[in-house]
Design a protein around this ligand. Structure first.
Ligand code: 4NP
Length: 160
C-alpha cells in the first residue's frame, strides 16, 4: 500500500534491486511488527531497477511470507523515484549497492532519512540482507530472519 506521509506517523520505504524478493519481505515483516506493537506507520517497498515493475513478488518470497502467516501476493513491484524522498520519513536500503543507488538519486534537502536496513540491528551494522534471488529456497528463510530482526528494531526505535 502506498500512502502520503502523515506528519504524525512514520512512513518507511524498503528498497532492494528488483522489489520482488527482499524488500517485499521487509515491508511485510515491518507491517506485522508495527501492527503488533500498535504503532501507526505507513510502509511500502520499491526497487532501484525497473525490470519487474508491476509484477507480484517472486513465488519463493510469497511462499516464505505464507510460511510466516502473511499473504503478500497482492504486492506489486515499483521503481523508487526521487519524489519518494519527499513522501517518506525513512528509506531503508537492503544492501550497500541499493544504498549507493539511492544516494545518487536523492534530491538535495529532501527530508527522508536514508540508511542501510541492518544498521538498525545491534551487531549487524554494515551488513547486507542476503539476496536470495539466485539461490534456493533456504535463502528466503535467511532473508526473512534478517528483515524480521530489522523490523523489530525499527519498531522499537520508532515507538520509543
Ligand atoms: P530483490 O531480488 O532485489 O531482492 O527483489 C532480485 C530480483 C531480481 C533480480 C535480482 C535480485 N534480477 O536480477 O532480476
Amino acid at each position: 500500500m502506498t500512502s502520503r506521509a502523515q506528519p504524525t506517523s512514520p512512513s518507511l520505504l524498503f528498497v532492494c534491486l528488483g522489489n520482488i524478493c527482499r524488500s517485499p519481505l521487509a515491508e511485510a515483516a515491518f507491517r506485522r511488527a508495527a501492527d503488533e506493537a500498535g504503532l501507526a506507520a505507513i510502509a511500502d517497498s520499491a526497487g532501484t531497477g525497473d525490470w519487474h515493475v508491476g509484477k507480484a513478488p517472486d513465488p519463493r518470497a510469497r511462499a516464505e511470507a505464507l510460511r510466516r502467516g502473511i499473504d503478500i501476493s497482492a504486492y506489486r513491484a515499483r521503481q523508487v523515484s526521487p519524489q519518494d524522498f519527499h513522501r517518506f520519513t525513512h528509506i531503508l536500503a537492503l544492501d550497500r549497492q541499493n544504498l549507493a543507488d539511492l544516494r545518487a538519486i536523492a534530491p538535495t534537502g529532501a527530508p527522508a532519512e536514508l540508511s542501510l536496513l541492518l544498521d538498525h540491528v545491534a551487531g549487524m551494522e554494515g551488513q547486507p540482507v542476503a539476496d536470495p534471488y539466485f539461490g534456493d529456497e533456504t535463502g528466503f528463510a535467511e532473508t526473512w530472519e534478517q528483515v524480521e530482526r530489522a523490523a523489530a528494531a525499527l519498531v522499537r526505535k520508532l515507538a520509543g
